[in-house]
Design a protein. Structure first.
Length: 74
């Protein structure tokens, strides 16, 4: 889970971009920290570059496919 120490460096934003689930390898819409909606693994991705691919990490059978969700943007 993403963490922070100094609240003044982060700002709340209700942008719908934080609600979208993205496929592995899709083009990153915003630079930031992305979290797998199934297992919680996090990674950083840069705008206009691919999100981590399907083989980035594996889920146990039956737990669902990898889907990336923006949790902190720049």
């Amino acid at each position: 889970m993403a963490q922070y120490k100094y609240q003044q460096f982060l700002k709340y934003n209700s942008n719908a971009a934080f609600d979208v689930l993205h496929l592995p390898g899709a083009t990153t819409p915003y630079s930031g920290i992305y979290r797998c909606a199934v297992c919680g693994k996090e990674d950083v991705s840069t705008e206009n570059h691919p999100l981590p691919p399907q083989n980035h990490h594996q889920h146990p059978p039956g737990s669902g496919p990898i889907r990336w969700q923006l949790i902190v943007s720049h």
